[in-house]
Design a protein around this ligand. Structure first.
Ligand code: NAP
Length: 321
């Protein structure tokens, strides 16, 4: 089969499109013929070998999220069967063979039915992004109906499902994007207010709206400002950060603010199962509608890694196998 293999850590050039043997499912595992794989920013950090949460043994095939058709099942698997349309969510699963490939082997527990209404690329947009959005909103911020929530970076893989879930939960939703295309997508995802995080003065509008919850995708840029417009007793959930910032701790005192970090890697199996069950329910009733902005062929993984870190997000970027 074709797959992307990484034989040494480094830049995009270490992503090799090559032929490898089709993996065999062991007891409790399933094999999926993948038609699409989700590209997450973390895939690029892992590729450098300098990621805080995970350093794979070399060589490895990147990617944790994908969608396709079950092709074979190992001994003892009764939860699914060959021919089932599924998406897989395999972050942190020991023995997972990697999603940037035509076939992947993973634990049966990581495989969920893909609703008939969703395409394979949409299925590849579910795993890490939707579980992260659920964890940030409900397991960390404990968002309640009637609150105002800012999704600071709403146009990307995590931001779109976070916007859809927050709207469904009865919150007033503010979403930000950096391009008109991104803004349109955030509006379509259900945001009541859409702001441009590249525009001078957009924080003044946020001061008027005074969100009590901020889901923050770029904390090294925004955290200090978030504390200025956050409502008193508000919560900020740090989902993404790519550097450092100068920070005045006194700001947390004035608002009696709570700053919560989140990382899917730290979710307990029970928390992860709860998030996935919640996500499955919201996929089933149409609340979660994954948005795929860019599809690239599997052999273009290097280009995908460049684009996933570039500005101008339009939902999810997926590789087609
Ligand atoms: N903690 C976790 O468990 C976890 C899980 C998944 C992802 N993450 C991290 O969360 C971040 C978002 O992930 P993703 O998959 O959604 O990435 P993505 O699809 O690349 O989206 C990035 C988002 O950040 C926005 N952004 C850019 N500049 C911004 C600014 N100045 N202020 C606010 N937002 C800004 C982008 O908007 P425009 O492109 O429209 O400017 C876009 O909406 C990444 O850093 C990722 O590593 C963390």
């Amino acid at each position: 089969m074709h797959a992307i293999r990484v034989g040494r850590f480094g830049g995009e050039e270490v992503l090799d499109y090559t032929e490898v043997p089709v993996p065999e499912p062991g007891p409790g595992q399933v094999r999926v013929r993948l038609h699409a794989a989700g590209v997450n920013p973390a895939d690029t950090y892992i590729r450098t070998g300098g990621y805080a949460f995970f350093t794979p043994a070399l060589p490895y095939t990147p990617g944790f999220d994908g969608a396709g058709v079950v092709d074979a099942v190992g001994a003892g698997v009764t939860s699914t069967a060959p021919g089932a349309r599924v998406f897989l969510s395999s972050l942190g699963t020991t023995g997972f063979s990697g999603a940037y490939a035509e076939f992947a082997v993973t634990d049966a527990a990581d495989v969920q039915p893909l609703p008939e209404t969703l395409s394979y690329p949409q299925g590849a947009a579910i795993g890490v992004p939707c579980a992260t959005a659920w964890r940030a909103l409900f397991q960390k911020a404990a968002l309640r109906a009637g609150e105002t929530v800012l999704i600071h970076g709403a146009s990307g893989g995590v931001g779109v499902p976070a916007t859809q879930l927050a709207r469904d939960a009865g919150a007033t939703v503010i979403g930000t994007a950096g391009t008109p295309e991104g803004a349109e997508l955030v509006r379509a995802a259900g945001a009541h207010h859409v702001l441009d995080h590249t525009a001078a003065g957009y924080r003044d509008e946020l001061a008027d709206l005074a969100p009590s919850v901020v889901i923050e995708m770029l904390a090294d840029v925004n955290l200090a400002d978030d504390l200025e417009f956050l409502a008193t007793h508000g919560r900020i959930v740090v989902v993404g950060s790519r550097g450092t910032l100068e920070f005045t701790p006194r700001l947390t005192m004035r608002k009696e603010a709570t700053i919560l970090g989140t990382a899917l890697w730290n979710a307990t199996p029970a928390e992860h199962a709860i998030a996935l069950a919640g996500v499955a329910a919201k996929l089933g009733n149409g609340t979660l509608r994954p948005v795929v902005g860019t599809e690239l062929p599997l052999h273009d993984a290097a280009e995908a890694h460049r684009r996933v870190l570039a500005p101008g997000a339009r939902g999810k970027l997926v590789l087609i196998a």
